[in-house]
Write a protein that binds this ligand. Structure first.
Ligand code: MSP
Length: 660
């Protein structure tokens, strides 16, 4: 790769479910980063796509009762539409069913085989069909479940080809040591180093039990393990090992952006495959955190994802993109809520950038007939604004280059706040009352306008549609996304035409109204989740009841309550408290917890030991009779005397399982 090219990838997304905000997150970040690099004149290439083979996809198609190929084509269509709807502009979309991808995968296999890194053996282990991964399970565990998906693991024993991953332990450790930038951030790098230091077993890279996939060259009874081929997408898309494209020399090596859920695949297996094949390694694997809802990863498995169609009904693309970039520190997990999105849009966009643009342009129109005055002689106040904007720009660039998007935007918004303060201090509306203040008024508005011009260029990658809109309202020509802010000189190159049309760049959102509407469409029962709306049971309006409006809570409020399954391990009466039992319960955590329950008049300790109960697991600890209670159990309060009846399950549920 030349110095001046930039190749960035998202993971390729599984097509067993509809795209949701979690998928959109990585894609929007990568799109923003590509726009940022391109704006600075860097020859950039942005790859995304879909991971379409494997048992889960086959199962998803079976569940829909349609051929797999039809299923994947349809879901790929949904992903493409979803990303286009979000204003994502990728350069290439790779599908793992593409012929050139299959060719590359088989060629990579052949090279590794020729170099002696592949052998045939037999593998038996606990496999999670949702992770597509064998899991390390303690040998004495009965009925193990996947720690991520909390679903039973399958015991699989089969003939398999293996990749000699064990041979790469030292080379990988050398890689992490000699190139500290290879895995970022630091916390993930340490995680990988500790994993690899613990020893690497050879990796099973073929399955005889899976049919929907790419055959092993020379042994079609085996299908290549999905992760082996999925990772290869990053080079097949550029034309390594196939003749469809010829971009490998120009763009490789890549910056891979991935969620922390797939760290090991990218930071351990992938570089090992590449080393084995003698292919140059990626530049960096940058690992971001998860978007959370109610403290848990947003996704299909937990059914708690924010659906994109709901978002689009209430928010613009720029509001969504800005919120994600600004709210979540890139690299860390971050809770996302509709309320948060509304608040950020109102404070930072409508009241921040939007307000600065409309007040500046309105004054230029009112006091200067719409022709922006040029910066001329500058007093100290104006010079200070100019320097502040230059500083914001520098910080923004440094932070974006380091992938600290939130802090980069903070720097830009400090510039916005500075200009706002300048306008408020200078009070141009007062200056305008006395013609003798003409030169001062001119200076104030020239400074505000020029600052706005720079700020719009700076924020353009994060707000592509509105930056174009404000740019055009400013009477400026060209595309702000293609004008390098670092080559834009204060007071120079402003070829503005007359400002005619001024309209707010961001609407002020009515929080109560929007929240009420969102809640009514996403309330449990109304939430179509992963299923098409048509599959929901139908009822006529007269058959439906709704709780009285004053008593409803937002879904976001409900999600805050962490209800979990638990088992009572011990129980005893609390001395001098005839209602209380002290329970020790297993909530699926490393240590049991103590809770106090006011059920002693109706349940004897021996009645509850061994029972499966439901607890509020995230209740703040409280002290009762000098004992700490870490949670609360759920019971119905029956009859006039409020007799407690413990809530439980009709079938067995592992401890710690969340109720929603
Ligand atoms: N197909 C594999 C990746 C193969 S890459 C060679 C896969 N696909 S996935 O559909 O499950 O998507 C994984 C990626 O989607 C995550 O790594 C992350 O980038 C993004 N996200 C999915 N849910 C997410 C959140 N809740 N939060 C943030 N990102 C999320 O794994």
């Amino acid at each position: 790769m030349g110095e001046n090219t930039f190749y960035v990838t998202t993971p390729i997304y599984y097509v067993n479910a509809k795209p949701h905000l979690g998928h959109a997150y990585t894609t929007l970040v990568v799109d923003t980063l590509t726009k940022f690099k391109r704006q600075r004149g860097i020859d950039s290439f942005f790859l995304t796509g879909t991971d379409e083979h494997g048992i889960n996809i086959e199962r998803a198609a079976q569940a829909r009762g349609i051929p797999v190929r039809q299923h994947v084509d349809e879901v790929v269509g949904e992903f493409k539409t979803a990303f286009a709807r979000l204003g994502v502009e990728y350069d290439r979309w790779i599908r793992t069913v593409d012929a050139h991808h299959e060719e590359t995968v088989q060629n990579l296999w052949r090279v590794l085989d020729e170099r002696g890194f592949i052998y045939k053996g037999s593998y038996e282990g606990w496999f999670c069909g949702y992770c597509n991964e064998f899991k390390d399970v303690e040998s004495d565990t009965a009925d193990p479940v996947c720690p991520i998906h909390e679903r039973p693991l399958d015991r699989i024993a089969e003939e398999s080809y293996f990749f000699k991953l064990s041979a790469f332990q030292q080379p990988l450790l050398d890689l992490y040591a000699s190139r500290p930038e290879f895995v970022q951030p630091e916390v993930r790098r340490n995680e990988v180093i500790s994993f690899v230091s613990g020893g690497l077993k050879d990796l099973s890279i073929s399955r005889v039990s899976v049919k929907w996939g790419i055959p092993v060259p020379g042994d079609a009874s085996h299908t290549i393990y999905v992760w082996f081929e999925a990772l290869t997408n990053y080079i097949s898309a550029l034309g390594w090992g196939n003749d469809k494209y010829h971009d490998f020399d120009r763009y490789w090596p890549a910056l891979h952006m991935v969620g922390k859920d797939i760290l090991r695949f990218h930071a351990v297996y992938w570089p090992a495959f590449l080393m084995g094949a003698g292919i140059e390694l990626p530049r960096t694997v940058f690992v971001h955190g998860m978007l959370l809802r109610g403290g848990q990863k947003m996704g299909k498995t937990l059914g708690n994802a924010i659906q994109l169609d709901v978002l689009h009904r209430y928010f613009s693309n720029d509001q969504i993109r800005y919120y994600l970039l600004r709210e979540v520190a890139f690299g860390q997990d971050g809770e996302v809520t509709y309320q948060g999105l509304i608040d950020r849009s109102n404070s930072d966009l409508a009241d921040g950038l939007g307000n600065l643009a409309s007040r500046t342009l309105t004054m230029v129109r009112n006091y200067f007939g719409g022709i922006p005055p040029r910066p001329g002689k500058e007093d100290e106040g104006a010079a200070e604004v100019r320097r502040h904007i230059a500083e914001s720009k520098k910080r923004f660039d440094a932070e974006f280059n380091a992938l600290n998007f939130s802090r980069g935007l903070e720097a830009a918004w400090s510039g916005i706040a500075r200009v706002d303060k300048f306008i408020t201090d200078q009070q141009p509306w007062k200056l305008a009352k006395d013609p003798s203040n003409g030169p001062q008024l001119e200076q104030v508005l020239a400074t505000a306008y020029e600052a706005l011009r720079h700020l719009v260029l700076i924020v353009a990658p994060a707000l592509p549609a509105t930056s174009r809109e404000i740019w055009s309202q400013m009477g400026l020509s060209g595309d702000p996304l293609l004008i390098n802010p670092n080559e834009t000189v204060w007071g120079e190159g402003i070829n503005a035409s007359k400002i005619e049309r001024i309209s707010p760049a961001f609407p002020k959102l009515d929080k109560d109204k929007i929240m009420t509407e969102i809640e009514s469409e996403t309330a449990p029962g109304a939430d179509a989740g992963q299923q098409p709306a048509a599959e929901q049971p139908k009822a006529t309006t007269s058959e439906l009841t709704a709780p009285p409006a004053a008593q409803t809570i937002a879904i976001d409020d409900f999600i805050k309550v962490e209800l979990r399954a638990a088992t009572v391990l011990e129980a005893e009466r609390v001395p001098k408290a005839d209602k209380l039992l002290r329970l020790v319960i297993d909530v699926g955590e490393a240590q049991p917890r103590q809770i106090l329950a006011g059920i002693a008049q109706h349940y004897a300790p021996e009645d509850v030991v061994g029972r499966k109960i439901i607890v509020v697991a995230n209740l703040a600890p409280r002290k009762l009779r000098g004992l700490e209670s870490n949670g609360m159990l759920l019971a119905a309060s029956v009859g006039d005397d409020g007799r407690p009846v413990l809530a439980t399950f009709g079938e067995d549920v592992p401890n710690g399982t969340r109720l929603k």
